[in-house]
Design a protein around this ligand. Structure first.
Ligand SMILES: [Fe+2]
Length: 339
């Protein structure tokens, strides 16, 4: 038996060395590997990093999570975080990390690729994509001339039991943050109270759209790309629905900016800055136009997918993303009994 144990011990030693080398190669100490904390849709970020790795040879490891979970994790980890770069679906999570002082300055050449309205004035992170708030509605249930004029209308008694949203998700909470920034605390509290009376809570945007497609409720507040993705595929969750754009700088025309920022604690900042430059550059933004995400490009003058309503036609309210306050939103939604 002894020789067997000896050779097993040898094999395990070899294995340990190999694993040690592998984990070393995956650490952010390696100049050719970076770690992304990714809260954007994994499919979109994979499209970006596959093209980035092909172009630069820099390997990317994704750690997937939600906006809120990963932002809180970064704040908890502080300078000890293994992350080199943080990508989100919405701006409030970027502000949490920025306010904790954890971001390095974004390379000025990257900022030059992004119009000022799609990034905070601090230069600590940048917009990488955008998504529009929309009302998805069931065409058989609501005639087009009876659609609400404003998002605020949905808090009125005539909308009781007739709409829903993915209340607990970062997507919907960004919309509430936009409302708070535009109209202030009093109006937001009143609207959330009306929502508690009127709306059904769904786990996410897709579940909301699916329910609207079946006719109950009649409408839902979601982001545009969930509908366009379904329309581009089987239409199984949206065939009986259409989108209503509130326009007119209404809170319901809020355009949410997905963000990217380099962590100050990253020991591989040049490679992390390179990824952010790539995502906001022509190649990265073209992924948004030609890929399957259906989100809007925001940089390098790349136009949107022609299936979408052009961003310039949405009449979105102008909101500095640095004014979006996720903690206050959580508090107000909790007070209203929505969370
Ligand atoms: Fe989303």
């Amino acid at each position: 038996m002894k020789p067997v144990w000896t050779s097993m011990a040898t094999a395990m030693t070899v294995l340990a060395i190999v694993l040690g080398l592998t984990s070393c190669a995956n650490s952010s100490n390696d100049a050719n590997t970076i770690i992304v904390y990714n809260a954007q849709h994994e499919s979109l970020t994979r499209e970006w990093i596959d093209a980035f790795t092909a172009e630069t040879g820099i390997e990317v490891t994704l750690r997937q999570g939600s906006d809120t979970a990963l932002a809180n994790q970064l704040v908890a980890e502080g300078a000890a975080s293994p992350a080199d770069i943080f990508l989100t679906e919405n701006s409030p999570a970027m502000m949490l990390v920025e306010n904790a002082g954890l971001f390095a300055d974004v390379d000025p050449r990257t900022l030059d690729q992004v119009p000022t309205r799609f990034r905070p004035s601090t230069g600590k992170w940048t917009g990488i994509a955008a998504r529009s708030t929309v009302l998805v509605y069931n065409k058989s249930e609501i005639p087009a001339d009876q659609l609400p004029v404003s998002l605020l209308d949905l808090a009125q008694p005539q909308w009781k039991g007739r709409w829903g949203a993915g209340v607990s998700g970062a997507d919907f909470q960004a919309i509430v943050a936009g409302l708070l920034a535009l109209k202030g605390e009093e109006t937001t509290r009143a609207w959330l109270q009306g929502m508690k009376e009127n709306a059904t809570a769904f786990p996410n945007n897709v579940a909301t759209m699916k329910a609207v497609d079946s006719g109950s409720p009649e409408a839902g507040v979601i982001y545009h790309y969930y509908w366009y993705r379904d329309q581009a595929n089987t239409k199984e969750n949206s065939a009986d629905t259409a989108l209503h754009y509130f326009r007119n700088q209404d809170p319901g025309a809020f355009v949410s900016i997905s963000g990217g920022g380099v962590l100050a604690s990253s020991d591989n900042q040049p490679a992390a800055q390179k990824l952010l430059a790539f995502i906001t550059g022509m190649s990265g933004q073209t992924v948004l136009r030609d890929g399957s995400s259906m989100e809007y490009p925001v940089a390098s003058t790349v136009a949107a997918n022609p299936a979408l309503v052009p961003l310039a036609d949405l009449q979105a309210p102008a909101i500095d993303p640095s004014r979006l306050d996720s903690r206050k939103v959580t508090q107000l939604m909790t007070d209203a009994g929505l969370l």
